[in-house]
Ligand binder design. Structure first.
Ligand SMILES: NC(=O)c1ccc[n+]([C@@H]2O[C@H](COP(=O)([O-])OP(=O)(O)OC[C@H]3O[C@@H](n4cnc5c(N)ncnc54)[C@H](OP(=O)(O)O)[C@@H]3O)[C@@H](O)[C@H]2O)c1
Length: 347
């Protein structure tokens, strides 16, 4: 659809790592498309990294900012740098429409993402999250804040990168009850397990996931299962009607999975996957993250390497299978764009 009037969305980027740098790259690539198809333009009026925050009311150039970070630049060296201000301080006063939150997951404090999200939502500023931490720690509170102020809150990038698990579950399973949901939610561990099965070392495969920008800033979150658990908590709250936190999930990571166990599984026609499971019982959903033996011929058994997948069994919509191949952070950044466009093109 052609759009005559262009609405400019002013946005703050919290974190300028793999994900938000790719968001800038998409703005470079898709500026004309966004204007033509959705009547939207994005102006980046503030940025933050671990060195601090900077503001530019007329906008930071996406290409120049991305290159600046890719060549080792730090926000504290940018014009508009606000000495001693935290990202939450920034959001307390900044005039903007949208926050794109892609700072590292912190499961102890949730910071800086949690304060940023709270502050923005209280002020009626829309928030799009790639960072799972704030949702894993405070899903209900953040939704209450968003409802009170009317601010948009979207986070489809938090579960399986660009695979729209949350969107499908919410939008397309109308009136359904999900009886069982199982998924491979973490590409880093899925890649490590697949590579170990071919004889490569755990450390070497993890190093590749880090080099590609897929692993968490703290990769123990991946290999010890907490990244998968964060996603399962978000799924449980968003799709299953639960009021779940991380303490409701039994979590085992992949650090105990040996090459010998993978080889034995293969001889038996099986494979080992780090599986997130939500199983409905009369007492509610049982939430588990654990390395699990699966037949090699099964749907999830065939999700290998850089693939993530989910199967959902419901009372109305049969047995659904969805998967994605995602080897770099571009699709996750695109999922943030999807959320932002959806928030600002609703009636
Ligand atoms: N990578 C993926 O494929 C993927 C997929 C889905 C979701 N996610 C989520 O997206 C988020 C970002 O991932 P990423 O891969 O982009 O991580 P990353 O490459 O490690 O980047 C993190 C960014 O946050 C900045 N940062 C760190 N501490 C900060 C603070 N206190 N205040 C402001 N900025 C701070 C870092 O600053 P410096 O630049 O100074 O280090 C860096 O720019 C994470 O929460 C992750 O779980 C990632």
């Amino acid at each position: 659809m052609e759009q005559a009037l262009i609405r400019t969305i002013t946005a703050a980027l919290i974190g300028l790592g793999n994900v938000n740098r790719n968001f800038l790259r998409i703005l470079e690539m898709k500026q004309a498309e966004l204007a033509r198809r959705y009547g939207l333009a994005f102006r980046i009026v503030a940025v933050a990294d671990s060195s601090g925050v900077a503001v530019a009311p007329t906008g930071f150039d996406p290409a120049a900012t991305r290159r600046f970070k890719e060549t080792g630049g730090r926000v504290c060296a940018l014009p508009g740098y606000m000495a001693d201000a935290t990202p939450a301080d920034l959001l307390a006063t900044l005039a903007c429409d949208l926050v794109l939150e892609a700072s590292p997951v912190n499961l102890t404090t949730g910071e800086p993402g949690l304060s940023v999200t709270r502050t923005a939502l209280r002020r009626g500023i829309a928030v799009v999250l790639a960072n799972k931490g704030p949702l894993a720690l405070a899903y209900r509170e953040l939704h209450t804040l968003a409802a009170a102020s009317g601010a948009g809150l979207a986070f489809s990038a938090t579960v399986c990168g660009a695979l729209p698990v949350l969107n499908i579950g919410r939008r397309d399973l109308i009136a359904a009850e999900i009886l069982r949901l199982r998924g491979i939610f973490n590409a880093t561990t899925n890649f490590i397990l697949a590579e170990m099965a071919t004889g490569r070392s755990y450390a070497n495969a993890l190093a590749e996931a880090q080099r590609r920008g897929i692993a968490e800033s703290d990769p123990t979150l991946d290999v010890e299962g907490w990244d998968t658990a964060n996603k399962l908590v978000i799924v449980a709250n968003h799709l299953l009607g639960s009021d779940a936190t991380l303490t409701d999930v039994a979590v085992t990571g992949i650090t105990g999975v040996t090459a010998a166990a993978l080889a034995q599984a293969a001889r038996d026609g099986h494979t080992i996957k780090l599986l997130a499971t939500a199983e409905r019982t009369t007492a509610g959903y049982i939430l588990t993250v654990a390395p699990t033996l699966l037949p090699t011929t099964s749907f999830l058994g065939q999700c290998s390497g850089w693939e993530m997948g989910v199967e959902m069994e419901s009372d109305l919509y049969g047995h659904m299978f969805h998967k994605i191949w995602e080897r770099e952070p571009l699709p996750t950044a695109a999922a943030m764009l999807r959320d932002a466009v959806n928030l600002f093109t609703r009636t």
